[in-house]
Design a protein around this ligand. Structure first.
Ligand SMILES: Nc1nc2c(ncn2[C@@H]2O[C@H](COP(=O)(O)OP(=O)(O)OP(=O)(O)O)[C@@H](O)[C@H]2O)c(=O)[nH]1
Ligand SMILES: [K+]
Ligand SMILES: [Mg+2]
Length: 361
């Protein structure tokens, strides 16, 4: 039996047991056991059994949002409010021990929202269930960093540091660097803009530091090279959500609300949740595509929702599994084309609010 199962067994037994003088001792023992198992879960485990237990949630819907935050900031309360899934919320820390998925339905899109255990300083080194939580965060399209408005700003920078240390870059763009090994060795260095922070000398030093030496003898695949430069970095939009504003002064609310990438809410009093959804939608930057049949008006009531950068082929797959194989060409109206309509192929990249008509063979 896994630890989670043991915990759930004990919780059930506690719920079953009537509270009275006679059961006092028994209940006390159960609670002690419960605390022991919870602590075990939060320890960096050596046993493989609890490695990813409860964290392998299938991706579903149009996008994935992960809730990251310290314990008891209100993550589970938020999930239960925004989705039809109930996630247990309580005043003690580490109430949530696994990844709990819910679905936000918004503007015709299904957004998968993941409630996760709280993380603490040292999470990246395996403290608590930090590693598993961070691994899930990496798979998200947007991270909501939930913060307790009543606590200091230090929680935010601590969490940022944890995520930075495992290669998650928040609200930063992927650097526009093109890196290619030369067959004959040596380094040639070009830049399309004037560099103010990097010189050729510095680039050479960095390459040297990472033992990327311009040698003919050292065979290296392009993938290996790309891994070195890109590393395991993920670039992710992050929305800082300050919860529990019902507990702080108006001046403080105002100050927090003005911070970049930040939204203030109260789950307890259901304040500002609509605005948060609007912001989340913006951060997800999903692409809505409308379809049109020949000789008819576009269907603006039912958008196909895709991730940014989706191609005509993605659109086909969404309409019907076999459509791509019967595809002849498509007509597209919108910002992705020079002319409206324009005849395009399967690889054409769609843009937000384009209209498409697909012509079959
Ligand atoms: N005052 C106030 N309390 C809140 C608000 N949102 C949540 N809480 C309370 O904060 C406590 C923790 O809430 P949870 O939803 O369990 O927090 P969590 O982040 O999921 O906690 P862990 O799963 O333990 O990491 C509960 O007692 C909630 O009732 C809020 O907007 N205002
Ligand atoms: K809690
Ligand atoms: Mg929780």
């Amino acid at each position: 039996m896994g630890i989670l199962e043991k915990i759930s067994e004990i919780e059930k037994e506690i719920a079953r047991t009537q509270k009275n003088k006679a059961t006092e001792y028994h209940l006390g023992l159960l609670k002690a056991k419960l605390a022991k198992y919870r602590a075990q879960l939060l320890e960096p485990s050596k046993s493989a059994s609890s490695k990813g237990e409860g964290f392998d949630v299938m991706k579903s819907g149009d996008a994935r949002v992960a809730l990251i935050g310290f314990p008891s900031v209100g993550k589970s309360t938020f999930l239960s409010l925004m989705t039809s899934t109930a996630s247990e919320a309580a005043s003690y820390e580490f109430t949530t021990l696994t990844c709990i998925p819910g679905v936000i339905e918004y503007k015709g899109a299904n957004i998968q929202l993941l409630d996760l255990p709280g993380i603490i300083e040292g999470a990246a080194q395996g403290k608590g269930r930090g590693r598993q939580v961070i691994a899930v965060a990496r798979t998200a399209d947007v991270v909501i960093m939930m913060l307790d408005a009543t606590k200091g700003e230090v929680q935010r920078s601590l969490l940022e540091k944890e995520l930075e240390s495992v290669g998650i870059r928040l609200n930063k763009h992927k650097p526009n660097i093109y890196f290619k090994p030369k067959k004959g060795g040596g380094i040639s260095f070009n830049s399309t803009v004037t560099l103010t922070q990097c010189s050729e000398k510095l680039v050479q030093l960095i390459l040297h530091e990472y033992s990327i030496l311009p040698e003919k003898s050292k065979d290296c695949s392009p993938d290996e090279f790309i891994d070195v430069i890109v590393g395991n970095r993920v670039y992710m939009p992050c929305l800082y959500v300050y919860n529990k504003i019902d507990q702080i002064s108006m001046e403080e609310v105002d100050r927090l609300a003005r911070k970049p990438n930040s939204v203030v809410i109260s789950c307890g009093m259901k304040l500002n949740l609509d605005y948060l959804l609007e912001m989340l939608w913006e951060y997800l930057a999903l692409t809505c595509i409308y379809t049109k049949k020949r000789g008819q008006r576009p269907d603006f009531t039912d958008a196909i929702i895709l991730r940014k950068g989706a191609s005509v082929e993605h659109v086909c797959h969404r309409i019907h599994r076999s459509l791509a194989s019967q595809f002849k060409y498509a007509l597209v109206w919108g910002t992705s084309t020079k002319y409206s309509p324009q005849r395009v192929g399967l690889t054409h990249t769609m843009e937000h609010e384009d209209v498409i008509q697909i012509v079959k063979k």
